[in-house]
Unconditional design. Sequence first.
Length: 400
Amino acid sequence: MVKPLLLDDRLGTLPDYPFARLTALLGAPSGPGATVMSIGEPQHAPPPLAAEILAREAGLWNKYPPATGTEAFRQAVAGWLGRRYDLPAGLVDPDRAILPVAGTREALFLIAQAVCGRRDDGKPPVVLLPNPFYQVYAGAAAMAGAEPVFVPSGDGPTGLPDYSTLPPALLERTALAYLCSPANPQGKVADTALLERTIRAARRHGFVLAADECYSEIWDQAPPPGALSVCATLGEGLSHVVVFNSLSKRSSLPGLRSGFVAGDERVIAAFARLRSYGGAATPLPVLAAATALWNDEDHVVANRDLYRAKTDLAERLLGGRFGFVRPEGGFFLWLDVGDGEAAAKTLWREAAIRVLPGAYLAGTGADGRNPGQRYIRVALVHDLQTTETALSRLGALLDG
């Protein structure tokens, strides 16, 4: 007799990942005529600077990189944070408050294991998630043995949650709260007042705010405020706050797998200890390229202008229909089409346009409803002509 394997039963609590669900719904993407707008994978040309430095530093591929990165990388990130958010000198210590990460998905997942400790009362810690949300948050909560709590916005599926309004008993059990701004998928920006209330709640009740700011540099009318700039205003340093950002969206380099986490030095120290065992260290040539990219803003401005032109186009073609709201940041459209799965099937079958049903980016709330059920997420990642053709066809098909 062969004894069965004993696998972690928490894996069974994870829903299928959104893109696995999409493949089950539509089949695998295929054919030269397909327009894939389901995944937030930037198709803009990356800055030549990255390839130049990777080639120049090729002699470093045979060296193990330090888990904490290089001093030059940490200084570049600290400098960028200071310039971008007008932070006071010394608020972010490059050596104690910054770590490189292999893209922020890895870091957003692992942070839950670093901060979701065992409680004295035996109850599982709580992880707060916006609803809709980036699916990695739910996986992180489940695999850390925490209880995920999906928190809707008072403004419905297009807004952001205000965790400070939750019952104190729930907040006392909370170990971690995720907040994405600009939000994936809605493009909503957390204003300074919401960030202030959230950080105050984190400090009052003793949980960590994980501020996912990966879309911070793709904004429409004004640069979004950041959690660290609010920390500077509130005082008490970076207590209870960590922020995540990367070069994937800012610099159109998702394949580089380079990002950072910065914030509360106690959390960063715990996270560094965890990642020394299970994290992926960033290679030295990648760190060198990332250092240069965080020090350069010209390519970011050009990148942002391209996204703004596509948002203008989307507003012209879809404004006044499908609940269109011009996103404040990011590059997703969050469209109310009545039934997201049905719309996705129609668009794929009739026009080879691949979009993601909103239900795949949301959880069933306390009312038994999935707030993304009526929506589709459309990623504006292609060139202007491809985007115009796809959105024109999308609007015509869904109107019909």
